[in-house]
Design a protein around this ligand. Structure first.
Ligand code: B12
Ligand code: SF4
Length: 530
């Protein structure tokens, strides 16, 4: 049996689908993978792809590629929902079963079943292989497979997890059955195109799950779906990891950097991190990026990893405002965050080589209001330098604990527009967000301190409101209106799609941004749009 899986994500790495595909192939079926990132055709704006459908040319090429397969799969997150519907409707007349999978179908399966014939809930490997076996053998019986929802009357049962991740093959990079949307056409993937899409960087992940269960995160709902039956986090063995990286090093042209997208890389015990670091240094030796929580950071772990090439780390702080921290169920204390920042700074100094550190914050919490953001701004200024700040807008993803609270309190009025058709990269146009964004772009702290000063804030809000009224009149006469969120969005230079990130990460510091167009845009926004 052949399954043709279409990915709507702005990423050609798609590690989840590549694992899925090699697993399916190892069980005697075949796959075709079609990646539809708009980035390589449309550039930066592509992360707003939820806003408009794929072109007719692309849809026709897609139909042609799907016409010979046995079953069509679509992989999606919530922001790809509209496009998944659009494509599904377009492919309906091929008369092939269409199955949706990915995080959105996992958290909202019945909704997805209104469009797709089948929905994959949870990890896909075991369920999809069972489905393909079923299609091969017993066509007439009704489908009863854990993780496959075929009927609205059926109860949700998640797919069986792969408990030992070493069972997974290496991600599927055999190009003979892979296609990508590249410069406005769907073309066969080859090493040159792949290397171009990757921008010298190989992204992979060696774990599944997370030790924590923050109330806004997918791990929160996944834990609910799977219960406590399985380990919270599973890892591939170190040798398995190193072998995959060796493969990547010899197959991806001009590879310069490895990025680990494991939810929290440092939660592994020290002995394993040490084994990894030593082997990595010897066999791979490329600079690498990872993600961590403040709690998992320790001097010993970081020291040995920086010796092996780690030069960039993303740390989720989310908020320091206590009521909201409680609400998010964050595990670490403020002292532990400060300590993590100090450890990184100490190691940077010792190595005489600054680690690029990105601190992530969540804004737009309706319960925290502006106090939350204000506290975060004040705290961010106390973090050791050099530091980069990234700001994400809180979205209530279906099924998470936070979603349930927000729903109960009537805070989600129009899920489609408020969650699916937006992005975490567009903080709401508020005074404090604009100030936070200015800080993230390197605005001098002395100015930030003035801007968050209460009296000045009140006066400046009144002032900008008046100014806004005046400018609005002029703009409506001259038709110069520019959507507010666009000004905010361009100002988050580290959040862009894959290709851009590496270029940004290579900037020594953010000083350059102070003179950039984005910086000017935020000031303009602050002055004109409150
Ligand atoms: C790595 C990662 C990325 C990478 C790569 C994504 C990718 N190719 O999957 C990058 C950096 C590109 C990325 C981008 C974004 N991400 Co992201 N990302 C992740 C992360 C950390 C891991 C994904 C992963 O590999 N999971 C592990 C695998 C095993 O699970 P899985 O992806 O669900 O896949 C399995 C099943 O779902 C199933 N399956 C998947 N597809 C299909 C298809 C078929 C047909 C079938 C049968 C089965 C099937 O089988 C897979 C293997 O078991 C997750 C968090 C997480 N822990 O999952 C967030 C996550 C998926 N990302 C998220 C978000 C919001 C984004 C962005 C929208 C952020 C933004 N810009 O605002 C962008 C997307 C931009 C765009 N327009 O496309 C959210 C999605 C929430 C939601 N409800 O939609 C998550 C869940 C994080 C969170 N907030 O909780 N992301
Ligand atoms: S620590 Fe990060 S990945 Fe883990 S549950 Fe919390 S937000 Fe999700």
């Amino acid at each position: 049996m052949e399954i043709c899986i279409i990915s709507l994500i702005e990423d050609t790495g798609c590690i989840n689908l590549r694992y899925l595909s090699s697993y399916i192939r190892s069980k005697g079926h075949t796959t075709k993978l079609i990646f539809l990132p708009r980035l390589y055709s449309e550039g930066w704006g592509s992360d707003k792809s939820y806003k408009y459908p794929y072109s007719q040319t692309v849809l026709i090429q897609l139909k042609e590629l799907c016409s010979t397969t046995d079953i069509i799969g679509i992989s999606l997150m919530s922001c790809h929902f509209d496009n998944a519907v659009h494509i599904t409707k377009f492919l309906k007349d091929l008369n092939k079963p269409i199955i949706w999978g990915g995080i959105h179908p996992t958290i909202s399966p019945y909704e997805c079943l209104e469009y797709a014939d089948l929905v994959c809930v949870g990890e896909g490997e075991n369920s999809i292989v069972e489905l393909l076996n079923y299609m091969q053998n017993s066509k007439n019986e009704s489908i009863i497979i854990p993780g496959i929802l075929a009927d609205k009357e059926q109860e949700i049962a998640v797919g069986k997890k792969i408990e030992n991740l070493n069972e997974l093959r290496f991600p599927d990079y055999e190009m003979d059955h892979q296609y990508v949307l590249y410069k406005n056409n769907i073309v066969k993937l080859n090493n040159t195109i792949l290397s171009d899409c990757f921008s010298n960087r190989y992204r992979t992940s060696f774990s599944r799950g997370c030790v924590s269960s923050c109330t806004y995160c997918c791990n929160n709902i996944l834990k609910k779906l799977y219960g406590n039956k399985t380990q919270p986090i599973r890892w591939r063995s170190i040798d398995n990891q190193i072998n995959e990286l060796k493969w990547a090093k010899s197959n991806i042209n001009n590879l310069k950097q490895i990025e680990f997208s494991d939810d929290t890389f440092l939660s592994r015990p020290y002995e394993q991190i040490e084994e990894f670091a030593l082997k990595y240094k010897k066999e791979i030796g490329l600079p690498f990026i990872l993600l961590s929580t403040p709690l998992a950071i320790s001097y010993d772990k970081l020291k040995i990893l920086t010796n092996a090439g780690m030069n960039n780390i993303g740390i989720g702080i989310q908020t320091v405002y206590e009521p909201v921290r409680k609400m998010y169920k964050r595990n670490e204390t403020i002292e532990q965050i400060i300590n993590a920042s100090k450890i990184i700074s100490k190691i940077s100094k010792e190595n005489n080589n600054p680690i690029t550190v990105r601190y992530d914050f969540i804004t737009d919490n309706p319960w925290g209001r502006e106090i939350d953001t204000e506290e975060n701004i004040r705290f961010a200024m106390t973090l050791e330098k050099p530091r980069h700040i990234r700001i994400f807008s809180l979205l209530f993803y279906h099924g998470t604990e936070l979603y349930e609270i927000a729903k109960k309190e009537g805070l989600i009025k129009d899920e489609l527009n408020e969650v699916y058709r937006t992005t975490q990269l567009s903080p709401k146009p508020t005074y404090m967000n604009a100030v936070f964004l200015l800080l993230s772009l390197g605005c001098p702290e002395s100015i930030i301190k003035i801007l968050i000063n209460k009296k000045i804030k009140t006066r400046s809000v009144k002032f900008v409101k008046l100014l806004n009224l005046f400018m609005h009149t002029i703009r409506s006469i001259k038709k110069l209106d520019k959507p507010l969120h666009e000004a905010v969005q361009v100002s988050t230079p580290f959040n862009g799609p894959p290709g851009e990130v590496i270029k940004q990460v290579n900037h020594p510091h953010l000083k350059r941004c102070r003179f950039s167009k984005e910086y000017g845009e935020i000031w303009k926004y602050l002055l004109l749009n409150l």
